[in-house]
Design a protein around this ligand. Structure first.
Ligand SMILES: Cc1cc2nc3c(=O)[nH]c(=O)nc-3n(C[C@H](O)[C@H](O)[C@H](O)COP(=O)(O)O)c2cc1C
Length: 196
């Protein structure tokens, strides 16, 4: 956990939930493949409807042949800080699935929900290993689909950059001001006994 993490939970939870956050100042160091695979492995164990496991992860690690292409698929703002990340991932979900007793694939209601659970596991595993994962919706969906050959029955969910936390001073001033773990709405605003 960063030493200046101001987060306090209102109810007791494992500290790992407060330690995970989304910085933008990354050191740019190389990520060992074993680390990347451990992080992806955690995502693999997420629950999903009918155990359909609709998540797919397209990845590139820093300085390998795919890195520049992947970086170029982020919007300009996200490129400006994600360029010092160590791994870039696009999370995709399959919108159709196989269910028992039906021969052809059927639409999945929960493919995005399932892929979201997998992303959550991925981010927590990264954090447990001393890395940070930062989700990004500021990505070029159309170019990702064509340039990475994403099939038609897949939804492009989000980009993810993983890196090692570096000093704030790596960032332009405006971003330095935003570089700390954020608070949350109180439980009473998000959970309702018996209905809305
Ligand atoms: C699906 C998703 C998309 C996001 N898109 C972006 C983005 O395009 N650019 C960015 O700087 N941060 C992005 N974020 C980071 C969020 O702003 C951040 O997770 C949120 O403010 C909560 O902060 P925390 O992750 O540090 O707890 C995204 C996060 C998620 C989960």
């Amino acid at each position: 956990m960063s030493n200046d993490n101001p987060r306090v939970a209102d109810h007791p939870i494992d500290p790992m939930f407060l330690a995970r956050w989304s910085p933008r100042a990354f050191t740019g160091e190389a990520m060992p493949q074993a680390t990347l695979f451990t992080i992806l492995e955690a995502a693999r164990w997420a629950p999903s409807s009918y155990n359909s496991q609709p998540w797919r992860f397209l990845y590139a690690v820093r300085d390998n042949a795919h890195w520049d292409k992947f970086l170029g698929l982020l919007n300009e703002f996200n490129q400006s800080w994600a360029k010092t990340g160590s791994a870039l991932i696009f999370a995709v979900s399959e919108t159709t699935m196989t269910v028992p007793g039906v021969d052809s694939k059927v639409p999945s209601y929960s493919h995005s929900f399932d892929a979201g659970a997998a992303w959550g596991y991925l981010a927590l595993q990264a954090s447990l290993l001393g890395w940070h994962a930062h989700g990004m919706v500021g990505i070029d969906m159309d170019r990702i689909r064509t340039e990475l050959s994403v099939p038609e029955d897949c939804r492009i969910e989000a980009g993810i950059v993983i890196g090692k936390l570096g000093p704030k001073t790596l960032l332009p001033e405006a971003l330095q001001a935003r570089e700390s773990p954020s608070p949350r709405k109180p439980l009473a605003e998000i959970a309702f006994e018996g209905g809305f």
